[in-house]
Structures are given as C-alpha cells and as structure tokens.
Design a binder for this molecule. Sequence first.
Ligand code: LMR
Length: 332
Amino acid sequence: MKSSFCVALFASALLAFGSACAQQPIVIKFSHVVALDTPKGKGAEQFKKLAEERTKGRVKVEVYPNSQLYKDGEEMEALQLGSVQMLAPSVAKFGPLGVREFEVFDLPYIFDSYADLHKVTEGSVGKLLFQKLESKGIVGLAYWDNGFKDFSANKALKLPADVKGLKLRIQSSNVLEAEIRALGGIPQKMAFSEVYQALQTGVVDGTENPPSNFYTQKMHEVQKYLTMTDHGVIEYAVIVNKKFWDGLPADIRTSLEGAMKDATKYANDIAKKENEDALEGVKKSGKTQLITLSPEDKAAWKKALVVVHREQEGRIGKDIIQTVYKETGFKP
Ligand code: LMR
C-alpha cells in the first residue's frame, strides 16, 4: 500500500517536472547597439513579435538594444560563446572576427541606391560572405538596411580638404580607416556606445553615420554641421550562433526562418523613411546645420574617396570588388 503510494507520487512528480520542462520556452537573446527607434531597433522588435506569435510562445526573444548587454568589440565573442544567440552588427565590424571581405560594403560610393545594395546582398557576394561565417561558428540569416552615411563635425566640411587634420570616429573597419586617411583626417576606431561622449568632450572632432543613428544618439546636440555626402552605407548582417541554430527542433527553425524573412522585409521597407524622418528631426532641432552639396562638390568628394577601392583590393579581394562592380554597374 505504502510503496504503491510512493510510486504514484513519484510518477506524478516526474510528469509535472516533464511538463514544466516542455513548457520552458527557448530563449533567444538578441543584442544590438542602436536605439529602439531606428530601422534595426524596429526590425528586431518585429522579429520578436513574429517569432513569438508563430512559435506560439515556444520561443521567447529578448531584445537588448543600445549596447545594454554587450557593446562593439564584445558582442561577437559573446555570440561565439553562446552568451547571446543573435546579433545584427554593421558589416563594417566583421574584420576583427577574421572575415574582412565584408568590408567591401565600406568602399566609398560603391552604392548609389538601396536597389544597388540589394543586388549585392541578394546576389553571389552576399551568399559568399555568409558562407565565410560558418567556420567561425556563426550562421548569417539576413541583411538589414540602415542608410547612407554623412560626415559630421563642428567645422563645416564642404570639400574633402576640410577634413585635413580632424580626428574622425569610425567603426572597426580598415577600409574606413583608409577612407579617412584618403581625406587627410585621423581615423579613430571606437565602440558606437562611446561616440556621443567622445564628440561631446572633443576626444574626436567628428564622425560618419546615417541620419537615423545621428539623430537617435543625439549627436546633433554635439555636432554643428552635417554634410550630405552619402559616401557609404551602414548595412547589417543578422547572425546567430551556429550550434544553437542547428540544435533547434526543425519545425521551430522553419518558423523562425519565416519570421526572419518577414522581419527583414519590414526592416528594409522602413529604412529609407526612417532616415528621412531623422534628417527632418535634425533640421527641426536647429542645432546642426545641414550642408547640401552641389554636383561639382559631390564629385570632388567622390574623386578624393574612390582611390580607396584600388588601395584595398589586397584586403577585400579583387574578384569580390569586381563582382560588386558588375552587380551594381559601378564604374571606377
Ligand atoms: C556604428 O557603429 O557607427 C553603427 O554601425 C552602429 C549601428 O549598428 O548602426
């Protein structure tokens, strides 16, 4: 009597434990460095919503924006170690990981439009770059757009020569380093989370970013001029820890792939407008003066910067650069 009671008790405890385990959602920690109110911030929230809906709560996505969890220089290692499962770094940040070919996206003026950019992200180079991540224990899921970068400073940068001697913050890309040197400036690699303060205290004189980052990080409070150079892009690679991804139940992975596909469309559909709205916000603030360029002045920036393409062939690979030229129709 007593022993059968014990068996029953044990069996029901086991059942309760089993169902508690079954109910534990799979958690995806998704860390990024920008504000919520940006194309990437909104894209991440959209992915969370779709992923949780479509897996009926079997997956929980925790989004950590604004470098809350990890900042540049820390997040890739955290992903490889499995401390976070998902990131969306700018493609300018893959050099330190050993996949420097991503820096092809940093070549000045290589893209004229979002359409050009998509030809590459959706073409052979986009695929090749993701293949290169596999040996690092990382899977590339999608490319997300932000927008075209402009230079800012407390000095009016009308022509390339105005950059001479200025310290400009850049992301951790050697191509961007070469870009600033081509202008006679002094490049300073720095984590995104430190840029506002570095501009405020004069550690650097200026920087480059699309309006959405410039505005949401309040850089307009500490930069007097923003020049509409549109000389490069900020593009993101949404990446996951390979071991985690491959270990997911197949039906869950399929649902997440679908959620990512739709979140990608959403993020890329809003990117342009988000940047236009942010630029409007900068204008309205009255704190930063916008410098628009005449076609002649724009040509001067282009001339000063495209020298970087040739110079960086060794780093990126001539074949990759040539393929991008073919895909976008860029003429050096
Ligand atoms: C930067 O570091 O300037 C940006 O790439 C940040 C981001 O993720 O947009």
